[in-house]
Design a protein around this ligand. Structure first.
Ligand code: HEC
Length: 97
């Protein structure tokens, strides 16, 4: 697996931010934790985890709690699978720089 570059991480957070629609932004901010984790924290936390894409995709689809605290994330049924892919798969969508 190629080593993620710092710029990927920044782009990943940015992508999560822009490809998130209004209903994600209700609970996720770019840099600051709100109801849900900050986009930047998520992208940093999972950047070396091999099965991150699958794990996060399932988490978005099915929701769930216990990682950050008591409050679970409701299943995000309104997001299209291809948009979920973009949100969580930085290395496949971010051009090499
Ligand atoms: C109603 C509030 C709410 C909405 C809306 C929401 N989330 Fe979340 N999200 C949360 C909470 C709370 C957590 C932390 C869950 C935990 O502790 O396991 C979370 C966690 C996450 C995580 C990290 C999962 C982990 O296990 O570390 C990702 C990725 C994520 N959300 C993406 C999204 C996306 C993409 C959307 C929009 C399609 C979205 N969320 C909409 C509340 C929300």
């Amino acid at each position: 697996m190629p080593k993620p570059k710092a710029s990927w991480t920044a782009r990943a957070a940015y992508l999560m931010w822009i490809s998130s629609t209004v209903f994600c932004l209700a609970c996720h901010y770019l840099e600051i934790a709100s109801v849900g984790s900050a986009c930047l924290d998520v992208s940093l936390k999972y950047r070396y985890q091999k099965d991150a894409a699958e794990y996060l995709k399932n988490k978005i689809k099915n929701g769930g709690g216990g990682v950050r605290g008591e409050v679970p994330m409701p299943p995000q049924i309104a997001i299209k699978p291809e948009d979920a892919d973009k949100v969580i798969a930085p290395s496949s969508v971010i051009p090499k720089v």
